[in-house]
Design a protein around this ligand. Structure first.
Ligand code: F6R
Length: 240
């Protein structure tokens, strides 16, 4: 596992953006595994900037996202589909038909998990971008999730609902369930970059980099993947 410690969020975003942009330049048909949340926003800004200034094209790129809230559709501004359009898809030349997220409004949740797993089998991520929860979750794989897990419906922990409530008008509006790729789907990626900034991620980053591999801190399993780059600002790295 390679660990890059940066001065701040902007440098973290630039480094991550450089890695993803390089992958796309080398392989115009790349499959990008994408994440939502605060951590990758600066990286998406970098990718957009490179698209506008240097013509990096996403015309033949496809994407798979880690997760989506159960019950929210793409028009809901708190959905992850809305987030991805806002921060990336509507700002580059990617064909929206080639972008994939679980369908938050699917009536049959198990069928939706099966559909997404079948899709992931045909779309191995050239790179999977991850953030990390303060409890060590990746995707919405909360502590205790099996290493063999594939896309499933997750009951979000109180901790995660509280962390994510900052983006909603009121904590009562935060969905209590989400679809999430499982740990096995994440580990299937050819390479992984994980981003974290801020002191509230320091414990989780310590567990990820130095802790023992244990499902009580799901991100620790990344130690078993051969190509992981952890890019963290100095606050998130403060306990390393
Ligand atoms: C988002 C996701 C989550 C976040 C994590 C960190 O698609 O799967 O695991 O990456 O909760 O969120 P931020 O970046 O907002 O601190």
């Amino acid at each position: 596992m390679k660990v890059i410690i940066t001065e701040n969020y902007d440098e973290m975003s630039r480094k991550a953006g450089e890695i993803v942009t390089e992958i796309v330049k080398n392989n115009p048909n790349a499959v990008l595994g994408l994440a939502t949340g605060s951590s990758p926003i600066g990286m998406y800004d970098y990718m957009v900037k490179e698209h506008i200034s240097n013509g990096v094209s996403y015309a033949n790129v496809s994407s798979v996202n880690l997760d989506e809230y159960v019950g929210l559709d793409a028009d809901n501004e708190n959905s992850y589909a809305f987030f991805m359009s806002k921060y990336l898809f509507d700002r580059v030349d990617i064909d929206k038909k080639n972008t994939n997220l679980p369908n938050g409004k699917a009536e049959d949740k198990q069928a939706e998990c099966d559909r997404y797993n079948a899709l992931l089998e045909t779309m191995k991520q050239d790179v999977q971008v991850l953030g990390i929860g303060s409890n060590g979750h990746i995707g919405f794989n909360e502590p205790g999730t099996s290493l063999d897990s594939v896309t499933h419906v997750v009951d979000l922990t109180e901790n995660t609902i509280k962390d994510n409530s900052r983006l909603f008008d009121d904590i009562s509006q935060v969905p209590t369930q989400a679809f999430s790729m499982g740990i096995k789907n994440i580990m299937n990626a050819k390479s992984i970059i994980l981003l974290a900034s801020g002191k509230n991620k320091a414990e989780a980053i310590k567990g990820l980099v130095k802790g023992k591999i244990d499902i009580s801190l799901p991100a620790s399993v990344l130690q078993l993947h051969p190509f992981v780059t952890v890019i963290v600002d100095k606050d998130a790295a403060s306990l390393l």
